[in-house]
Design a protein around this ligand. Structure first.
Ligand code: GH3
Length: 315
């Protein structure tokens, strides 16, 4: 598959290999019924420290993908028995987006037509056999890098940088999903708005950097107190918004009163400072027609809690 002259620019290949070596143990699945082709891909990927797994047809490849969530790239041949490469690509795309699991089609038959078929089916890229080693390494590295960039950007757009919990954008993304689920099942969801009391004083007394640590500590406490399926977000500044699914009506008061008390009793240690803060909480425990309305009611209840003297929960 690799004509001799392709090794002409050895420096170029070495540079590519060096770049790819950082992908130590990154898992690549090679799906091809030809052992010669699989062995060649394995040999090239081995040089770069990839962890290579192999399948001899599309069905075997699909089974491996469904049982192993660490596969980061799929290289798929076109013609294979049992399940061909195009069907495999379409099957993978039912579950994984192009950024979640990149696929490179690989074939020696059909030229531009096969390339178009692969791309149309949902492959990210295509390599025609025989290929240049440089092209193989470039396409492998582009596809892995792009997938990593997208997952970093996705994480940055959903996670609050300071606290590591959901930000306001992902609060609504996950919240809308939870709201629809709860609506369908007829269960009641609880929305709560939590705001640190007189936080401006904390910043004025200890400075913004200490203030940041206080926000982080409150976020950690909230994240640890609610279940995995609940949404705990930093709504903005010193304000947090929560959605809790499947909470029994009789436990609502106990849960939020104890969160308020735990924050009240917590000593937040930052450097030589020992800081105490309190929070006010507004709770909406009636299922409203929309998530926006639930947040609005929780916010209104938060204002009640503030107006009534702070360090309390309004239901
Ligand atoms: P209240 O009890 O009425 O809510 O009083 P408050 O002082 O908390 O009032 P307010 O909510 O208006 O003030 C919030 C302060 O939080 C003002 C703002 O400078 C500060 N703040 C917002 N975001 C951050 C942040 O990321 N880090 C730090 N340290 N401070 C922040």
């Amino acid at each position: 598959y690799v004509p001799k002259e392709n090794f002409g620019n050895i420096e170029h290949v070495i540079n590519l290999v060096d770049r790819l070596r950082k992908n130590i143990n990154t898992k690549v699945l090679v799906v091809d019924d030809s052992s010669t082709s699989r062995n060649l891909c394995r040999a090239l990927l081995d040089v770069c420290n990839f962890q290579v797994i192999e399948a001899v047809n599309g069905q075997e490849g699909l089974d491996l993908i469904n049982s192993d969530n660490e596969i980061r790239l799929v290289i798929a041949d076109h013609y294979m028995p049992i399940m061909d490469g195009l069907t495999l690509v379409k099957e993978i795309r039912r579950k994984f987006s192009k950024s979640a699991l990149p696929i490179i089609g690989l074939s020696g038959v059909g030229g531009a037509t096969t390339s178009a078929y692969f791309l149309k089916a949902g492959a990210n890229d295509y390599i025609h056999k025989p290929f240049l080693v440089e092209e193989f390494y470039c396409r492998v590295s582009h596809n892995i890098e792009n997938s990593e960039y997208i997952s970093t950007i996705k994480e940055m757009s959903e996670i609050d940088y300071l606290t590591g919990i959901c930000n306001r954008r992902s609060f609504f993304k996950f919240g809308e999903k939870l709201f629809s689920q709860q609506q369908r099942s007829g269960a009641t969801m609880v929305a709560a708005m939590i705001d640190i009391d007189e936080f401006k004083n904390c910043n004025d007394t200890y400075g913004h950097i200490v203030g940041d640590e206080v926000i982080k500590d409150v976020a950690d406490l909230l994240a640890s107190r609610f279940r995995k399926g609940d949404v705990v977000s930093r709504y903005g500044g010193d304000e947090f918004c929560l959605l809790c699914a499947d909470m029994k009506p009789e436990e609502i008061k106990h849960v939020f009163d104890s969160v308020k008390d735990d924050i009240d009793n917590k000593i937040i240690k930052v450097g030589e400072h020992e800081i105490f803060v309190t929070v006010s909480i507004g709770v909406c425990s009636t299922m409203m027609p929309s998530l926006d309305e639930m947040v609005l009611v929780a916010d209104k209840m938060l204002y009640d809690a503030k107006d009534s003297g702070r360090n309390q929960v309004s239901y």
